[in-house]
Design a binder for this molecule. Sequence first.
Ligand SMILES: *[C@@H]1O[C@H](CO)[C@@H](O)[C@H](O)[C@H]1NC(C)=O
Ligand SMILES: *[C@@H]1O[C@H](CO)[C@@H](O)[C@H](O)[C@H]1NC(C)=O
Length: 725
Amino acid sequence: MEDSEKSFGNSPLLDYLSLGKSYGPYGIVGAAIVGLIIPVLLATIFVGKRKGKQRGVPVKVDGEAGYVVRNVRLPELVEVPWKGATTVAALFEQSCRKYSQDRFLGSRTLISKEIVTVSDGRKFEKLHLGDYEWQTFGQVYDRACNFASGLVKFGHNVDTRVAIFSETRAEWQIAFQGCFRQNITVVTIYASLGEEALIHSVNETQVSTLICDPKLLKKLTAISSSLETIKNVIYFEDDETEKDSSFSGSISNWKISSFSEVEKLGKVSPVPPSLPSKNGIAVIMYTSGSTGLPKGVMITHGNIVATVAAVMMVIPKLGTNDVYLAYLPLAHVFELAAESVMLAAGAAIGYGSPSTLTDTSNKIKKGTKGDASVLKPTLLTSVPAILDRVRDGVLKKVEEKGGLAKTLFNFAYKRRMAAIEGSWFGAWGLERMLWDAIVFKNVRAVLGGQIRFMLCGGAPLSGDSQRFINICMGAPIGQGYGLTETFAGAAFSEADDTSVGRIGPPLPCCYIKLVSWEEGGYMTSDKPMPRGEIVVGGFSVTDGYLNNPVKTNEVYKVDSRGMRWFYTGDIGQFHPDGCLEIIDRKKDIVKLQHGEYISLGKVEAALMLSNYVDNIMVYADPLHSYCVALVVPSHQDLEKWAQQAGIKYKDFAELCSRAETIIEVQQSLSKVAKDAKLDKFEIPAKIMLIPDPWTPESGLVTAALKIKREQIKAKFKDELKRLYE
Ligand SMILES: *[C@@H]1O[C@H](CO)[C@@H](O)[C@H](O)[C@H]1NC(C)=O
Ligand SMILES: *[C@@H]1O[C@H](CO)[C@@H](O)[C@H](O)[C@H]1NC(C)=O
């Protein structure tokens, strides 16, 4: 097994669990008394209930069928964060001028690195990282300009493209901004995409310069003969790159230079900028398609600044006092949008990584500090899969501790829950301070203790996890709904909205429309809420897929006023306050043999609640009247069961293949299915247990850990066939 853990599947946040460590038994009893009695007394004096607030309003858009809603703030859509910031290049230049002396990009220095070998022979890399070193907006601007000039010296012009193939880091952002100074389109590629996808993306966009980190450069050399269009490779230096001989420029026709060489070249021979225009393509972003090769989404400068403008309006008090911890992949639209917002707001961005995030993360040397404890961020982005695991991890730890600590945690949690839901509103402030001090402070310290707002995107977050984070982290979550095709900008839940399971009103840069989908049974005339396919229209809607007019015309439509609409394939419903809730996905609905519709996503979400299930894919063959499922079981829970049941087994794979194991898991599935009131045809009639976890590296789940149905179907083709025999 490899030591690196690039995915956020194995969240370092999980390891944090120091809950209860810093208070002794007396502390708990004392705190419990104060904590139980005072607030209960106070709460009985003040009882209040919050009122619903209108967040989105229906509008009539000329000639448009369907139910259209806009953000309540403005009658017109916003297009730019401020006058003149019509492109990313202009936004960058103006922000850098305005905040020139403020800190902008920070990275940690490497103090030492060691390889430790654990008892079974596996090797792990452990890092001792130092403080953040900061560059101001002014310094970053100069570096981006130098890099841009260097690129021109390399022979770049508007007709050539640059691809960035690297993990998230400060130089990524500098290179990105540098390209725009010369109106060069940037191609972004997921570092975890497979070779075939990489070759395809580079070839399709005719990339001539590839910017990458040294680790990925090694991978590239292996496939250099397939990357025909590439002439230059620029690599970001690491502290140890110098020592490595593979960077000597030995690969046949590639000119290999370091990032700082290009900067130096530009510095000594500056070139005047050649700035892009609003409708120019800023980024071609490759997203993993559900089938076959990835698709390149063409994102304009106007799309990016529109989403930035809208998000700035809805996150309260964004500004130079904010510190943002950047660790999700920048090749993902969600992180790129978030960092663009920070740039516009003058906030500081400190770079980290999923494997160094907290003190107990797997690459952090014991006794040294993780990114969050050093940076003490005020803002953080996350994806539901991470937050779900954090929640499970905390609960497990609380359970293990048992006794008073558990009682206290559960009580505090219930009290905070009641407060948030409004029934104890009066004594909220004081009681909240109390619980925070006694119970939740330890949980928060793991992320530096200063988080004031969390952004969450990539997939819908469960209500339970949202509440849990609200309470344990003491911060509201802004859930963003947006796809690469709408540059992350579609809907966003607001900080003061305490409801769960919804994704907020449309962002002020776009309209959201529901369109009836008769076949699936979702209609805008449905009561009590209009339902239908979610369609996004406005300034954040991108130009479509590169070299793929057929697919583009299928999902993008232009109305008579020239406004672009993107058909998401998601099914939603609008609540009376103008907030959207996602309830289904069009392509995940299958019509069974006898005409019943089965929503695979809905069934999977329900079955995930079984503690034996780590991941699951439900499959329905339209030629049959029932569904089946592939289940990746939780090692821990299944092994625990086997132990208790006295079952002897050779290894985990063998345990998974046993009839009694399958029966046990299936019974658990039936139980959670009944709890969720699923119909009989929605309960998998047969299942198979898959011993190996689905990771982003295996290509079976996305980086946000959503299952990739087509890929899983292809890989387990034979297994699925057998389940229907
Ligand atoms: C690159 O694309 C061209 C068509 O544009 C195709 O003929 C060629 O086979 C592709 N090369 C690779 C390595 O995929
Ligand atoms: C920027 O480049 C594009 C081609 O990628 C070109 O169409 C556009 O005119 C250029 N913009 C300016 C302002 O030169």
